[in-house]
Design a protein around this ligand. Structure first.
Ligand code: 5AD
Ligand code: SF4
Length: 452
């Protein structure tokens, strides 16, 4: 009888997808998966290092697991660190957190079962920071997926962009695209299993560049990514979303594909990071504010309205009041449906780490709040415009706020709540929006929808 393993995930969707893949491999090798750390002989933490706070969380969690097992008079579980912190810190983690037995890099997912075996066999400080093996397929069993309706489908791993603030190219390595044949086959399989939505994921999905064009032959398009979008749309999957897009590689043909296929959803996440050309240059983004706004104009001219969301970093080293003001003006111009704002966090090993981090924490907070307030006022008007309109909603679960309400996401990726406690999760329903809240919409059910 093999041990019970508990997998805990921090960070982005790529980590969620990698955990699903790890769980699939563990089950195949005969391991059981536990529902909590208390219940497990092996605890694996899939970690994030994009900002300092995320990284600190992991070390707190390791201490917590250790003290909990001590308090309960149980043997400390075998503790493994996987994901970005593992890849970046490597063996240094053993010194910083002696409770850790196992370090699993971002490309070692498929080797986890044998790494656990080695650690359980008495080998100390087991570590694997190697590359994925040639020919590895992204195999995820439906039972290990987080949702039975929405599936994450990685299409590209890693990043070649080296934005000066970002640790991802170091933690996730170079861009590696999955074969289109494999992706399309996976989406078709998910459709036959009853999934209603796939989210094609990657650090930069629109930089998708497979070695071979296999699977894309019958699909026209200006780039491999827009051809892939058409190929995935042709599977008939009900809803297809994709995230994240990188501005410099955002070809207008992506918008053409969205116009051709209604199952390609009306939402684009296109992070700008700053509205100041001086800062964009220091960030090494490879685009100016004008290039970016031109792309946004193209998206806004689409035949159907496409929701746009973005990420912005405030307090990058050297960001002046005037630079921040340019960011505010860009946000006013772009009128985003949603915005993720981050305070700059210095990441050792990145080019920006050697710049003096001269923006004080209080200044970062002030800029964060000012930008948040501006976004809220824009968002309020955008959300208010939905009142009286009908949205197609994939029902996910009962609302946490009220047991009479169900909650889900629209095709434009907004949270929609509605009164209808008989509606089954997994149904796609039409909801007439009656009320706009700051971060969600509320409405009445129009159709009963189907779950099959
Ligand atoms: N500090 C703050 N935010 C960061 N991001 C990436 N690196 C950093 C950093 N060092 C943000 C970017 C990116 C999002 C996923 O995280 O806005 O788009
Ligand atoms: Fe980081 Fe830039 Fe790559 Fe995005 S594109 S993951 S911000 S380096």
């Amino acid at each position: 009888m093999k041990s019970k393993v508990y997998l805990e995930t921090f960070g982005c969707q790529m980590n969620v997808a990698d955990t699903e893949r790890a769980a699939t491999g563990l089950r195949k090798s005969g391991y059981d998966l536990a529902a909590s750390a208390d219940d497990a002989e092996v605890v694996l933490l899939n970690t994030c290092s994009v900002r300092e706070r995320a990284e600190r969380k992991v070390f707190r969690r390791i201490a917590e697991i250790r003290s909990q097992s001590k308090r309960a008079g149980r043997q400390k579980p075998l503790i493994g660190v996987m994901g970005c912190v593992a890849q970046l810190e490597g063996a240094a983690i053993f010194a910083d957190a002696p409770a850790v037995d196992l370090i699993i890099g971002t490309r070692a997912t498929d080797r986890i079962p044998s790494l656990i075996e080695r650690a359980q066999g008495g080998e100390a400080a087991v570590i694997d920071l190697d590359e994925r093996q040639e020919g590895e397929v992204w195999d995820v069993s439906p039972t290990e997926r987080r949702s039975p309706y929405v599936a994450l489908v990685p299409i590209i791993e890693g990043c070649n962009k080296f934005c000066s603030f970002c640790i991802v190219p170091y933690s996730r390595g170079r861009e590696k695209s999955r074969s289109a044949l494999e992706i399309v086959a996976e989406v078709s399989r998910l459709r036959s299993l009853g999934y209603k939505e796939v989210q094609l994921i990657g650090q930069n999905v629109n930089s998708y560049r497979p070695k071979l064009q296999h699977g894309l032959e019958s699909f026209p398009g200006a780039t491999s990514f827009s051809r892939l979008l058409r190929a995935v749309a042709a599977t008939g999957m009900e809803r297809i979303k994709f995230t994240t897009s990188f501005p410099r590689d955002f070809h207008p043909d992506i918008v053409c594909a969205l116009e051709e296929f209604p199952n390609l959803c009306d939402w684009i996440h296109l992070p700008v990071q700053s509205g100041s050309n001086r800062i964009l240059k220091a960030m090494r983004r490879g685009h100016s504010a004008e290039d970016y706004c031109q792309r946004i104009d193209g998206i806004k001219q689409a035949k159907r309205r496409l929701a746009i969301t973005s990420d912005i970093i405030v307090g990058f080293p050297g960001e002046s009041d005037a630079d921040f003001e340019s960011t505010m003006r860009l946000v006013e111009k772009c009128r985003y449906d949603g915005l993720f704002i981050f305070k700059y966090s210095r990441r050792a090993g990145t080019p920006a780490a050697s710049l003096e981090d001269e923006i004080s924490e209080s200044e970062k907070t002030a800029r964060f709040l000012a930008l948040e307030q501006l976004q809220e006022s824009i968002q309020e008007r955008i959300y208010a415009d939905y009142v009286g309109k009908q949205l197609s909603v994939l029902v996910e679960k009962q609302s946490a706020r009220s047991s009479d309400d169900m909650t889900g996401h629209s095709t434009c990726h907004k949270v929609v709540n509605f009164r209808a406690n008989q509606t089954q999760p997994g149904a796609v329903v039409d909801v007439l929006i009656t009320q706009a809240k700051p971060y969600s919409l509320y409405g009445d059910l129009m159709t009963s929808g189907s779950v099959n």
